[in-house]
Design a binder for this molecule. Structure first.
Ligand SMILES: *Cc1c(COP(=O)(O)O)cnc(C)c1O
Length: 482
């Protein structure tokens, strides 16, 4: 964000865009918020958006489009096969990433599905810096297993390490020596590592991982869904790239990788996704799966209007002023809460501010889902909807045992170009209040626990009466305020 210093000598986030279309919001009284979360089984995924004030659930598919994107959507060329819109998107991807082939898919997980179907055989190992929920579900459904090689600092909640998403490269060499390169389906590097609070990797690390993979003939796949944030962090945190354009950084990253896939619900401010590569064999191996699962090769389940928007959105992603609003709001969010003693994941990452629920609710055991309880408590206290990213997001082992998550996080996502700083300030205020009253908040237990991806639609209930006590304390402190 802009190099603007205030008269006080401080700097604050300053948006390099203005709002030209608005959506009205409502903030329900706390009693109605309690009724809404009760109705939703204490799972924020099941809340109705009409009951939500600030929707910080996710950054997926809810980023604001620009005037240029909206204009481009009117020029979409509607054709099942050979649409000019597809050609424009393909050309833009090739221009940015330098890869020849593009296989479209309707969203990120659909690209994961195709990549896993194509590359993962039973007994295989898929290596990653850190897993993402849907990707891991695809790997394990095909009989593969996931090995994470995140460097140790990646899981330390409080850190000054600027690149917590880096892979421990020596670990990759050790793994290859132990299991053999043939058993490794591919190595997946996730940009802006989602489940560890949107933490980036460095370009130096990507280069080292690329060299190690290619020495052993292993494919390197980049999950570029959160690439915009990672680009910003390489530019601002990796000294060597301070004066290199984000477009140049993107190209250098792409040159390290054999395959890139992305969710355009995040990358490109639209809705869609796909896979790009310059390797003709990979392209041909995967090509047949696109018409089978997604749609014909020139749309892959995306609407032409969205494809036009993504083309322009990718262009905007190569503009530092267009991608730094998210990370800078998040930094403000995290640093403000940190200054009030609220335990946050640091350094601030991309996609959202992450509260460390393990420390926030240190009296709630992991088996009573502190992150999920905190997500419900924040909604009750503020009408802000966040997302549980902890043990509830894990999957039980086939024998029914429940793995405890490495981290218990409450994610308060900042959809790109959507919120104002006063809305962020409101969220900060209510989280501060909740922290002061954290002893009231207790855990949750299952009422209905689905077998697969339980966090999406499972239902829970509070253990004890903490939800009513929280409402009573709010009324005592805030009177009749919303
Ligand atoms: C969101 C996300 C995905 C999945 O993308 P969808 O479009 O939601 O299916 C995959 N990887 C990462 C890193 C993501 O953040």
């Amino acid at each position: 964000m802009p190099k603007v210093t205030y008269y006080s000598g401080e700097t604050f986030p300053l948006e390099m865009h203005k709002v030209r279309i608005i959506q009205k919001l409502t903030l329900l009284p706390i009693e109605e918020r309690l009724a809404a979360i009760e109705e939703a089984g204490y799972n924020t995924f099941l809340l109705q958006n009409k009951d939500v004030f600030l929707d910080m659930l996710t950054d997926s598919g809810v980023n604001a489009m620009s005037d240029r994107q909206q204009a481009a959507m009117l020029l979409a060329d509607d054709a099942y096969a050979g649409s000019a819109t597809f050609s424009r998107l393909h050309a833009k991807l090739t221009e940015i990433f330098g890869k020849k082939y593009f296989l479209p898919a309707h969203q990120g997980r659909a690209a994961e599905h195709i990549l896993c179907k194509g590359f993962v055989k039973p007994g295989d190992i898929a290596v990653t810096n850190y897993h993402f929920t849907t990707w891991k579900a695809h790997v394990t459904a095909l009989g593969g297993s996931v090995v994470e090689l995140l460097k140790k600092e990646g899981l330390e909640p409080v850190s000054t390490n600027p690149f917590k998403g880096d892979i421990y490269v020596a670990g990759l060499e050790e793994l290859v020596a132990k299991v053999g390169a043939e058993r490794i389906s591919y190595v997946r590097m996730e940009a802006g590592t989602n489940l560890i609070a949107g933490q980036p990797f460095s370009l130096a690390n990507l280069r080292a991982v690329s060299a190690a993979c290619h020495k052993h003939g292993i494919k390197l796949v980049l999950d570029a869904s959160l690439l915009a944030d990672n680009l910003h962090f390489i530019k601002t945190r990796e000294a060597e790239y301070a004066s290199v354009s984000v477009a140049q950084i993107a190209r250098e990253m792409a040159d390290c990788c054999d395959v890139i896939y992305f969710s355009a619900r995040k990358l490109g401010f639209g809705r869609g996704g796909g896979i790009i590569t310059s390797d003709q064999k990979i392209y041909k191996d995967l090509r047949g799966l696109v018409p089978m699962y997604e749609g014909f090769l020139t749309y892959g389940g995306m609407s032409v209007r969205e494809m036009e928007a993504i083309t322009v959105g990718l262009d905007e992603t190569m503009d530092e002023d267009m991608i730094n609003q998210g990370p800078q709001f998040i930094e403000y969010f995290v640093r403000e809460l940190e200054s009030h003693g609220v335990p946050m994941i640091t350094p601030p990452g991309g996609l959202g501010a992450h509260v460390d629920a393990m420390r926030f609710l240190d009296h709630v055991p992991q088996t009573a889902y502190p992150s999920a309880a905190l997500a419900s408590a924040v909604y009750i206290a503020s009408g802000v909807r966040g997302m549980e990213r902890g043990t509830m997001s894990e999957q039980r082992e086939p024998d029914g045992t429940e793995p405890l998550a490495h981290m218990e996080l409450l994610r308060l996502a900042i959809p790109r170009r959507v919120f104002t700083l006063s809305q962020v300030s409101y969220a900060i205020d209510r989280v501060r209040w909740l922290y002061a009253n954290r002893q009231i908040v207790g855990g949750l237990r299952w009422v209905e626990e689905p077998e697969l991806l339980r966090f999406f639609y499972g239902r829970l209930e509070p253990i004890g009466d903490w939800h009513h006590q929280l409402v009573a304390k709010f009324r005592a402190d805030f009177g009749d305020s919303l």
